[in-house]
Design a protein around this ligand. Structure first.
Ligand SMILES: [Zn+2]
Ligand SMILES: [Zn+2]
Length: 568
């Protein structure tokens, strides 16, 4: 039953329910023990060798990396005619890698952000999912949970919620490497989501800050420092989120604009009147959340004088509202279109602010995303006549697994096969199987060869990932971490949305709608170009390192610098 409720909590019909559930899940999970993975993390941490150092005469003063949560690669083209701000800047002025994909599973926020600035897949970063089942504590573990790093008190009082840090992250971030090469470099990572800010920041950034939907403030944790800096408290005192109380979210270009696809529902969105967590969650799930984050970025740059030191600084920003809106309404909705158009203006303010302040040739810009998103199956069928698109409750998949394994191994209907699930990963109830003399490998084999479940293309036992042919095999090998990952991967069929809810959509699969994301570099003398060579998102970090001229060790099979495609 616990398993089913976990599955239910992972999908959601609409924005508010999504936020409510996500908050519940996060609070609950973060209260749980994180075992000794933090010890493992510190042991496994090793710096790339300095052998590949290539001193650069002109390093940028500031590197700004922008992640847009859930932004698909096609958005960059789809809305281009109506954009004139930051997304327009990247599209028109940048070196656009038009064929950049992830190669891991599940394609979620935690794993995606752990890859973006580390250049390594979850098999190496250890961030195998947003949450995974911990066999020792028999509980789910949130990817950035750390009970030893409680949240910091905000200007308006203590924030609720257990601690957060990058202790589960086993990689090395671009910021870590920048600070090795340039000891005076400052590294900041900010987002509305804690896991996005923490995982882009690497192991020891100057600071990571994120938005609290409990307090409406930006906060951080004791991992970074003992108290919030004064300049953050100053920003929190502006009550930026509260200022949106009662404000309507209208279509930026007016409902008659051809920018917006036809919707089967009226566009009626008004922020709650009462100041409090419900308002903050609604702001998070509207384009206004991006606006607050952009204002905070400007405040940070101004107060910390980023880009004005003798050595390059790094600012990583992940805009989260796009994810909440995409989950609620899908990529074909006017809500998503308006989010992209407003985000274009919002990022435009940041580009203008930074480029005017520091000079465009002194700033290296990068844009990408942590994953894409699947269309609503109903929209996919109606708009593109794709009859493969379907919505299947995870409970139906689990029921088929229980039923068929029971028949194969002659066990009763209430036999407990699974201890937990984390998106596409199934964790077998090892203790129960052992008590009944059933081997894990036998169950894995049975799932792979004899069990047919709704929405599932194939079950792959973790013990066999080394032998699974590509393309699925590559995704599995890039993702599997013994001890953290599940015993079996349940790979969904393409166009199947495993969701317990009648509306909304999600991401997590190995298919292009989830893996194909924007990857654009701009500024710092980069000329506009479009590069169609297929690249991996893991190539971003080594490419940025090469452009800045700092050491970076790469494993050619996993990632490589693409700097020579931009600068000859
Ligand atoms: Zn995400
Ligand atoms: Zn998401």
């Amino acid at each position: 039953m616990a398993l089913h409720s976990l599955l239910l909590q992972r999908r959601f019909p609409g924005l508010l329910l999504f936020l409510f559930l996500e908050e519940l899940v996060s609070l609950r999970l973060r209260a749980l023990v994180v075992l000794c993975v933090s010890l493992l993390a510190s042991l496994a941490f090793s710096a790339p060798s300095p052998a590949a150092a290539s001193p650069k005469l002109h390093a940028p003063k500031l590197i700004v990396f922008i992640a847009v949560d859930q932004m698909r690669a096609d958005y960059l083209e789809r809305f281009a005619a109506y954009e004139k701000g930051g997304l327009h800047y990247f599209h028109q002025e940048g070196a656009v890698f038009a064929n950049a994909n992830y190669h891991h599973i599940p394609t979620e926020t935690g794993p995606g952000h752990s890859i973006l600035l580390s250049g390594r897949n979850p098999a190496h970063t250890g961030i195998v999912a947003n949450e995974w089942y911990d066999r020792g504590s028999r509980a789910m573990v949130y990817c950035v949970a750390d009970p030893a790093a409680p949240l910091l008190a905000s200007a308006d009082g203590p924030n609720a919620g257990p601690g957060v840090s990058p202790r589960n992250f086993l990689g090395v971030g671009l910021g870590d490497q920048l600070q090795r090469a340039y000891p005076q470099a400052r590294v900041y990572s900010i987002s509305l989501k804690d896991r996005a800010a923490v995982l882009m920041g690497g192991r020891r950034p100057t600071a990571a800050f994120w938005f609290s939907t409990s307090s409406g403030d930006f906060t951080s944790s004791h991992y970074y420092f003992p108290a919030l800096p004064n300049w953050v408290e100053d920003f929190d005192r502006t009550h930026a989120a509260a200022s949106f109380a009662g404000k309507p979210w209208d279509l930026l270009l007016g409902a008659a604009s051809p920018a917006y696809p036809h919707a089967d529902h009226p566009f009626l969105h008004v922020m709650p009147d009462a100041v409090g967590p419900r308002l903050y969650s609604s702001v998070f799930a509207s384009p206004f959340g991006d606006e607050i984050l952009e204002k905070f970025a400007e405040h940070l740059i101004r107060k910390q004088k980023l880009g004005t030191g003798a050595e390059p600084d790094l600012l990583a920003i992940s805009f989260s509202s796009n994810d909440a809106i995409g989950h609620g309404y899908g990529p074909d909705s006017p809500e998503l279109a308006d989010e992209q158009l407003r985000l274009d203006r919002t990022i435009g303010h940041l580009v203008e602010f930074v480029n005017q302040r520091l000079g465009v040739n002194n700033v290296l810009w990068a844009l990408s995303a942590d994953h894409g998103v699947q269309p609503l199956p109903e929209a996919e069928r109606a708009l593109r006549h794709n009859i493969a698109a379907e919505r299947i409750p995870p409970a139906a998949m689990i029921a088929a697994v229980d039923d068929q394994l029971g028949r194969i191994f002659h066990q009763p209907a209430n036999f407990h096969w699974l201890a937990g699930t984390a998106d596409s990963m199934l964790y077998l109830d090892r203790a129960n199987l052992a008590a009944h003399g059933i081997s894990i490998n036998a169950v894995g084999r049975a799932l792979a060869t004899r069990v047919h479940a709704p929405g599932i293309a194939h079950f792959y036992p973790a013990s066999e990932v080394a032998h699974v042919p590509n393309p699925a095999g590559g995704f599995l090998r890039n993702s599997y971490v013994p001890g953290r990952s599940g015993d079996v991967y349940a790979v969904a069929r393409e166009w199947t949305l495993l969701s317990a809810y009648p509306t909304g959509t999600s991401h997590g699969t190995i298919y292009p709608y989830d893996t194909h994301v924007p990857l654009v570099l701009a500024g710092d003398g980069i000329l506009p170009m479009r590069i169609t060579t297929p690249v991996h998102v893991t190539d971003l970090a080594p490419t940025l390192a090469a452009l800045v001229g700092i050491p970076w060790r790469t494993d050619e099979a996993e990632s490589q610098s693409r700097a020579t495609l931009i600068r000859h």
